[in-house]
Design a binder for this molecule. Sequence first.
Ligand SMILES: [Cu+2]
Length: 125
Amino acid sequence: MTLWRVVLLVNLSLFVGLLLGFIAWGRQVVDLERELALARRQASAAAVERTWTVRGVVRAVLPDMNVVVLTHEDIPGYMGPMTMGFRVHEPQLYRGLDIGENVRFTLKGVPPNLLITAIAREDTP
Ligand SMILES: [Cu+2]
């Protein structure tokens, strides 16, 4: 093989290698852009105001903080059952509630900024 053929082959293989690398890089960019668009869509969907109405048991009423502590059942798509405090839209909502009472309450807001907008006593099943 003459020298010029060797040089040509080396250049050719170098060119093909660069081309393949460039194509792979381009594909990666397209994939990343698609992932970014998906992540942005999910992030904006998460910032949407939501409403849930679930059951719970009153554990404490903290008027100073405008908070009611409830043991709540599963809040679909947000959190499992647990005992925690919720801010209440207005004090009138928890007036007359007693510890241990079963309630059905409505949570509204953009998670995790939720407020109880309605709460009603429920008869024990
Ligand atoms: Cu919770």
